[in-house]
Design a protein around this ligand. Structure first.
Ligand SMILES: [Zn+2]
Length: 506
């Protein structure tokens, strides 16, 4: 049999097999056909996916729009048909079961106690999966009779004192903070203190039950202690503390983290003199570090089992993104140095702090590029509260920044695909104004819908007026909707302000 005939038979068999398979199997087949350049088989698979899963999977159209392997086929007329059919199926499915929109119930408490600084002595026993901590906390009770701090749930407290006197406290393990899990609420009685005071704590955290999908680890290959698991008593209402931390860990481990790291004999030290709320500690016997200096900036990439060439790409691209945003917003970011930790965990996810980013990833690709661009975007957009709908001032702006970086890096056609995909997600997402930050689907509202709003605003008022506005918003570190509206009413016409208002409510 001729090679060509065999190839046709194989493609035919693959096509038949694809006809009776799950969505992920069909997707895999389609991508194989795309890679092999088998156009007809590719569109046959896509057609099957649309028929079988178009109405059930609301993410299918936007995901296909963002699929790099399909880009060579975007000029084929069948691609337009696939999109049209999927869009129709999406709209019909959404009208049959509209998404319920939970309203924001978070209230801003202005006068809660505020932690100013931590002085911590931390001993990490990796083999025993345990940390022993002595944490001295400078706090201002601001007239309150107690302070609520949040701590890793599996914690045994051995001492809690206020100004040197043993204090009454209650550790409610069933009351969890929104982003910190598993955590419990540590309520410390102020005693006679009502203003500035020093809380002294000593405790042991058992780390043998760390959830596998969180930003935490305690293993002989990696120790990761972060805000998101509450290894120190956390003030969830404020983001203005500093810290000095002495760290003792099993010999052979290298250590890094969110602050400035130094080492004296067996003791590591991390100081974080800038205001923040997250004190991330990372340790491993196998940490790899590489640093690039670029335009007076220092970018350090810390990784674990990450391909060397990919780590280089992360460093170089991050430097480019920082330069690009600096030009775009005509504003330097807060710091001239950035440490990026590439957390070798599945499931995606990332977070950004001043001078520090953590990304869950296995290798460098377009997805990681955008994730980095989003997190770097927060160096300009991070002043609004993160537990309320006003978080759109952080997330939508960081996400739109990442789309601008995509356009700069990959060109306008790819950028347009992103906008088209985001518009699909936005179509079925709840309105931004008043949405509960923890609501189901809030991600699509705060990331995608908000980014589309900003894109449409740019089209409406033009590039110059748009980036002037962005410059002023970023320079003033706008941290509330009230301040956003004050600034937009100063810079935009009344009609444009009403337009934004309408879009926030849509
Ligand atoms: Zn973000």
């Amino acid at each position: 049999m001729k090679t060509r005939t065999i190839a046709i038979i194989i493609a035919l068999l693959q096509t038949i097999a694809a006809a009776c398979q799950s969505e992920s199997a069909l997707y895999g087949h389609a991508m194989n056909f795309a890679r092999q350049g088998c156009k007809d088989s590719l569109f046959y698979s896509l057609d099957r996916m649309v028929t079988l899963y178009g109405a059930r999977d609301a993410d299918l159209l936007p995901e296909l729009l963002l699929e790099p392997r399909l880009r060579p086929y975007h000029s084929d007329s069948r691609w337009i048909q696939v999109k049209d059919r999927l869009r129709k199926a999406r709209i019909e499915a959404a009208s049959e079961s509209p998404r319920p929109c939970q309203t924001d119930t978070a209230t801003r408490l202005d006068n809660t106690p505020i932690v100013n600084s931590y002085d911590i002595d931390l001993t990490i026993d990796v083999a025993a999966k345990r940390i022993d901590v002595r944490a001295d906390i400078d706090i201002d009770f601001r007239g309150n009779s107690h302070a609520d701090l949040y701590l890793w749930r599996h914690t045994q407290l051995s001492r809690v004192a206020v100004n040197g006197q043993a204090a009454r406290y209650e550790f409610a393990k069933d009351i969890e903070a929104p982003w910190i899990r598993p955590s419990g609420r540590l309520r410390i009685d102020a005693g006679t203190a009502r203003g500035a005071a020093r809380i002294t704590t000593a405790y042991t955290c058992r780390l043998d039950s760390i959830p596998e999908d969180g930003f935490a680890a305690c293993d002989s290959s990696l120790v990761m202690l972060t805000y998101y698991m509450g290894w120190y008593p956390i003030d969830i209402d404020h983001e203005t503390s500093t810290a000095n931390i002495d760290i003792h860990i099993t010999p052979g481990f290298e250590l890094t983290g969110s602050g400035i790291i130094s080492r004296k004999a067996d003791t590591w030290h991390m100081t974080q003199p800038w205001e923040g709320f997250d004190y991330t500690i990372i340790a491993s016997p196998d940490l790899k570090q590489k640093t690039v200096s670029h335009n007076n900036r220092k970018i350090e990439v810390v990784s674990l089992g990450f391909p060397d060439a990919d780590a280089d790409s992360v460093a170089v691209r991050s430097a480019e993104i920082m330069d690009y945003y600096t030009r775009l917003y005509r504003l330097e970011p807060n710091g001239r140095q950035l440490r990026i930790f590439l957390f070798p965990a599945g499931g995606g996810g990332a977070y950004s702090r001043r001078n520090f980013i953590v990304c869950c990833c296995q290798r460098y690709n377009e997805w990681l590029y955008q994730l980095l661009a989003h997190e770097i975007g927060h160096f300009w957009w991070s002043s609004a509260p993160t537990d309320q709908w006003e978080d759109w001032l952080n997330e939508s702006f960081a996400q739109y920044s990442s789309l601008c970086a995509i356009r700069q890096h990959l060109g306008s056609a790819v950028f347009d695909d992103y906008i088209e995909a985001y518009r699909e997600w936005a179509r079925t997402a709840c309105p931004i104004r008043g949405l509960n930050r923890q609501a189901n689907g809030a991600f699509y509202t705060f990331y995608h819908k908000g980014a589309v709003l900003l894109y449409d605003l740019q089209q409406r008022i033009g590039d110059k007026a748009f980036f002037d506005l962005m410059h002023h918003l970023a320079t003033k570190r706008i941290g509330s909707q009230h301040d956003f509206e004050a600034e937009t009413s100063r810079r935009l016409s009344h009609d444009d302000c009403l337009w934004i208002e309408r879009r926030l409510n849509q």
